[in-house]
Design a protein around this ligand. Structure first.
Ligand SMILES: Cc1ncc(COP(=O)(O)O)c(C=O)c1O
Length: 376
């Protein structure tokens, strides 16, 4: 074995030994309590049909975009779509990215310069951490949703300061206290950036819109791969920010633009979201049934959450994996979230609720979870 291959094998062996080895699994026919398809858009025949109709209505559209948007890949359709999406969320302007990962990477790596400061919530998504790492700014993290900890970091900040939070946290499902965060951020003249990946859908236009904070925050990131059921992302903010990102955000500049089909999918998904009150109410109803069904106590292992993400914490990787196996054997697609993805001692099963989960499915699932909690 070469020394490089030796290194790879040793790292994989470490993963195997710690019980955190990752593998790719093909799709299954278990009942979905795992995907981000909160409103069922990804498998909606109506959405599929409207995308097909939109593509057929543009017979001159190409299969691929043929280049970066700064070269041959831009379309008037993309420019119009950005305007429509920005208006839907109550912002002045928006710029599309190929994924939420790219959006956070492009935004944070290009904004903050040497001498500036980025302050991230402890539980922020990896894409924001990677974006901050790629910038030359000072980086701090504050204790999850802890205002005192945030204020201490703000006091120590230098240069232009950006505070980055998620409105609904992807691993715990809890929400950031956005109004309080905004007021402490404003007190120190810092700029707030909100990742709305898991909030859009449950809150139709996002939690920022729900709270009327669009004009007060610096930027929002919306991803299309979750409640919108497709793929891609947009950074929302002012026109100045949009122009800046077009000039300096490397994942935007140096990547092939989305195809027409991709743009049409996003446009039709937004159209569907604007009329999705029934699905949103079904999702909210399923969240309250789930929470009511899980036996509550002071020592409840259920992480407090009002969102579609509900987590039951176990003691270690082994217990979390066993709980997930029991649920999978009973027909439910539930995945364990293991350390190092989450901190050791907070390994969990992460349940994603959807508008389309039935009452019977919810009752069966929560019965088994209650048995697992009692046995642990
Ligand atoms: C909070 C958050 N931000 C960003 C992303 C990345 O989005 P995408 O999957 O579109 O790359 C995710 C996806 O898991 C996420 O949960």
């Amino acid at each position: 074995m070469t020394s490089a291959n030796n290194y790879l094998q040793n790292k994989l062996n470490e993963r195997l030994a710690s019980g955190s080895y990752r593998t790719l699994k093909a799709e299954n026919d278990l009942i979905d309590f795992c995907s981000n398809d909160y409103l069922g858009f990804a498998h909606s025949p109506a959405l599929r049909q409207s995308i097909e109709t939109e593509v057929n209505n543009h017979p001159l559209s190409l299969n691929g975009s043929t280049g970066s948007r700064l070269l041959s890949g831009n379309l008037q359709y993309a420019l119009d779509l950005e305007q429509q999406i920005a208006a839907f969320h109550g912002f002045e302007a928006g710029l599309l990215f190929n994924s939420g990962y790219d959006a956070n990477l492009g935004l944070l790596s290009s904004l903050a310069q040497r001498g500036d400061t980025i302050i991230l919530d402890d539980l922020i998504h990896a894409s924001a951490i990677d974006g901050a790492r790629l910038s030359n700014a000072n980086r701090y993290s504050f204790r999850h949703t802890d205002m005192d900890s945030l204020e201490a970091k703000l006091k120590a900040s230098k240069g232009n300061c950006y505070v980055v939070v998620e409105s609904v946290y992807s691993m715990d499902g809890d929400s950031a206290p956005l109004t309080e965060i905004l007021s402490v951020t404003e007190k120190y003249g810092a700029h707030l950036i909100v990742d709305e990946a898991h909030a859009v859908g449950l809150y139709k236009q996002g939690l920022v819109f729900e709270l009327g904070l669009q004009n007060k925050i610096f930027a929002a990131v919306i991803t299309f791969g979750k409640a919108l059921g497709c793929h891609g992302a947009v950074v929302l903010g002012g026109t100045l920010l949009r122009e800046y990102l077009i000039n300096f955000a490397r994942p935007f500049i140096y990547s092939t633009a989305p195809s027409f089909h991709h743009l049409a999918s996003i446009k039709m998904a937004y159209k569907m979201l604007s009329f999705a009150n029934t699905e949103i109410n079904q999702l909210k109803n399923n969240i309250s049934i789930f929470k009511k069904n899980i036996a509550q106590s002071i020592t409840s292992p259920l992480i407090p959450s009002e969102s579609a993400i509900q987590c039951i914490v176990f003691k270690n990787n082994d217990d979390a994996r066993k709980a997930a196996n029991t649920l999978q054997s009973a027909g439910f697609d539930v995945r364990p979230i293991l350390s190092p993805t989450v901190a050791a001692g907070t390994e969990r099963i992460r349940i994603c609720l959807h508008s389309f989960n039935t009452l019977n499915e919810l009752n069966l699932l929560t019965n088994i979870i209650n048995t697992l909690i009692n046995a642990s």
